[in-house]
Design a protein around this ligand. Structure first.
Ligand code: PLP
Ligand code: ZN
Length: 451
């Protein structure tokens, strides 16, 4: 590791803190096995003195790095040379203020914002992370890559692998993958291995396979992915005219996003680019609520980096003993052993954060409201609104605070959940098709009937 580099990798374990060059590709600390962070030698990077300087790049969109919603913030993720940076135009996403959706959660007008990451090239926020990780893969000369996936990681990885000439392999669990996502992985040319098991099984297998075959791993265990995902927060505050909102609400799966968001704010604060750090609410599904259980019921916290490993080990041993398999219609967050758990605990510490879990019914109702009044999203994304509804009702979040919900994936990723909700009249907002005889009079009668 050379101090002359702009960035290096550093173990998050306070009893280890080993450092490594960014020219190496690890999945976790070679000394102690803990997660790795990307750290910067800020004095070697020309970071703009104010965030609004980044806005100037909007005028230079014929430069591919300025066009990218990730790389136009490149000084804040300066770990590789420009020539290695991969981009397919990710991060052109919007923050939509939405009073109709605000009404559903009983918030005041002008307070609720939806950050719609479904507009990314592969239809989910994962592209923010892949553009960064594939740039690192290019930097280290990787030829092949792999990931375990509940769907969107594989779709995104397959797309980026193809665009920069890497071979890619996707590990998916049996059965529980949304078809929109599976179709993308196959269409973008990834080798797809379907394992008889759930996501957590795939996660374990892919790490061993990558080690044995020397493949570049693209799960959110990969610290470079999280660097790209920080830019979701930069774009939110950019759209708030460089002010931070009061709250960020995000779904929690493998906890990569929440980990990246806390790191983003801690760095901006350290650089003197923001004054206040927003609070964060991380929302689980009740059928996959490891984080909620550990934090709210078992008292697990960051504790200055000395996270109580015994509590985690006991919890996982119990899941194993009960042969527990997570279950939720929000397949993107159907994960019971989140790999970024510790980094997420750090985010809760940085952002004075909270966690909650919501049921599938609540997720589906919230999803229908977002579809009806805003931007259609997939179930995991709608967990944010379902969680927000609780947090407003119990007074944790004020109805007049400024809240940004991160809608992580596009509606069309998982049409089955949507069609079932409406056709099977599963909830308050179901809008089923009306069956009509092939007869004009009856059709008109049905169309104009009051119900
Ligand atoms: C991956 C994913 C999530 C979960 O994000 P984590 O960073 O793993 O917590 C949520 N929603 C969608 C749509 C996803 O693709
Ligand atoms: Zn270590």
């Amino acid at each position: 590791m050379s101090r002359a580099d702009t960035a290096f990798q550093k173990c998050i374990n306070p009893d280890c803190l080993a450092e490594f060059s960014c020219s190496e590709a690890f999945f976790n600390c070679p000394e102690c096995g803990e997660l790795l962070d990307i750290r910067y030698n800020w004095d070697k990077i020309e970071v703009p003195s104010k965030l609004s300087d980044f806005s100037k790049r909007w005028a230079m969109r014929n430069n591919r790095l300025d066009f990218s919603g990730v790389w136009r913030f490149r000084e804040l993720l300066s770990f590789c040379k420009d020539e290695h940076k991969v981009s397919i135009g990710e991060g052109q996403t919007i923050l939509q203020q939405n009073d109709n959706v605000a009404k559903y959660v009983k918030m005041k007008n002008g307070c609720l914002y939806l950050q719609y990451e479904g507009l990314n090239p592969s239809g989910s926020f994962k592209d923010n992370g892949m553009t960064a990780a594939f740039s690192h893969a290019k930097m280290v000369g990787a030829k092949s890559c792999a990931c375990a996936s509940t769907g969107n990681t594989s779709a995104s990885m397959a797309l980026y692998a193809h665009s920069c000439g890497l071979k890619s392999t996707v590990f998916i669990g049996s059965g529980r993958i949304a078809f929109g996502k599976l179709s993308q992985a196959m269409d973008y040319g990834a080798q797809t291995i379907q394992i008889a098991g759930d996501f957590d099984d795939c996660m374990r297998q892919v790490q061993d396979v990558c080690r044995q075959l020397g493949l570049y791993l693209l799960n959110s265990l990969n610290p470079f992915r999280l660097e790209g995902q920080k830019t979701i927060m930069y774009r939110i505050i950019e759209q708030f005219n460089w002010q931070v909102p009061d709250w960020i609400v995000v779904p929690g799966g493998n906890l990569g996003n929440s980990s990246a968001f806390g790191k983003a704010f801690a760095e901006l604060k350290e650089l003197g680019l923001i004054e206040k750090i927003p609070r964060i609410a991380i929302i689980n599904a009740t059928g996959a609520d490891t984080l909620t259980d550990l934090v709210n019921n078992k008292g697990l916290d960051w504790n200055g980096g000395r996270v109580n490993q015994e509590v985690i080990d006991e919890y996982y041993a119990d899941l194993m003993a009960r042969k527990f398999s997570p279950h939720t219609c929000a397949s993107a967050i159907e994960i019971s052993r989140p790999v970024n758990l510790k980094k997420c605990l750090r985010t809760l510490d940085i952002c004075n954060g909270i966690v909650r879990a919501v049921t599938d019914e609540e997720i589906c109702d919230a999803k229908a409201v977002i579809g009806k009044y805003g931007l259609g999203c997939e179930p995991a994304s709608a967990a944010t609104l379902a969680g927000l509804k609780y947090l407003i009702a119990d007074g944790t979040i004020g109805a007049d605070e400024k809240v940004a919900c991160v809608l992580t994936g596009h509606e069309l990723k998982d049409p089955n959940v949507t069609v079932n909700y409406h056709k099977e009249k599963q909830g308050e907002f179901s809008n089923p098709p009306i069956e009509a005889a092939n007869d004009i009079n009856e059709i008109i009668k049905l169309m104009t009937a009051k119900n």
